[in-house]
Design a protein around this ligand. Structure first.
Ligand SMILES: [Zn+2]
Length: 166
């Protein structure tokens, strides 16, 4: 399974601490569209994806793997305006050096009326995201970090408590 997008050009790598510090200390709003300078490039700092990592952590919600680093990358062949923009990707580096991209997953899938807002986005590795697909967060897809009370609230909220063994 492909867990790292192909055709990406990498400009630089950063520690997670470096990027979170950068996101929290953007100096003024001198660049349009939520961008700020990083490594001499105009980089988006307030995307839902990045904010999901900043606020909800760097562990995959489902398998618990921990992210290890950020990379400043862009797609090699895609066209402007988005294609020429450097963006930050979060990765898990395995012991063998392989990298797995982290994503912001819709906890309750969009196809099941899950919202597009921050409250419904959770960090998830590409592998888990792909396998979970459009499944509801029940059974093995219940977020590992949820405490029992939160699980019950979540179950109540999305009305599938009858199907969940707590
Ligand atoms: Zn995972």
């Amino acid at each position: 399974m492909k867990t790292k997008p192909q055709c990406l050009i990498r400009l630089a790598e950063f520690t997670i601490e470096e990027i979170f510090l950068w996101m929290k200390n953007i100096p003024g709003k001198n660049l349009p569209k939520g961008r700020a300078w990083l490594y001499g490039e105009s980089v988006k700092y307030n995307s839902k994806r990045l904010r999901t990592f900043l606020h909800k952590g760097i562990y995959c919600t489902y398998c618990g793997k921990k992210s290890t680093h950020f990379a400043l990358e862009k797609h090699e062949f895609s066209l402007p305006p988005n294609g020429l923009v450097w963006h930050l990707n979060l990765y898990i580096r395995g012991l063998d050096g392989s990298e797995t991209l982290m994503t912001a997953d819709h906890l309750v899938p969009k196809s099941k009326n899950g919202g597009n807002g921050q409250s419904n986005l959770v960090p998830a590795c590409t592998v888990c995201n792909l396998y979970k697909g459009s499944r509801m967060p029940i059974g093995k897809w219940l977020p590992r970090y949820l405490k029992e009370e939160e699980r019950k609230r979540l179950c109540h909220k999305i009305q599938f408590s009858d199907y969940v063994k707590l």
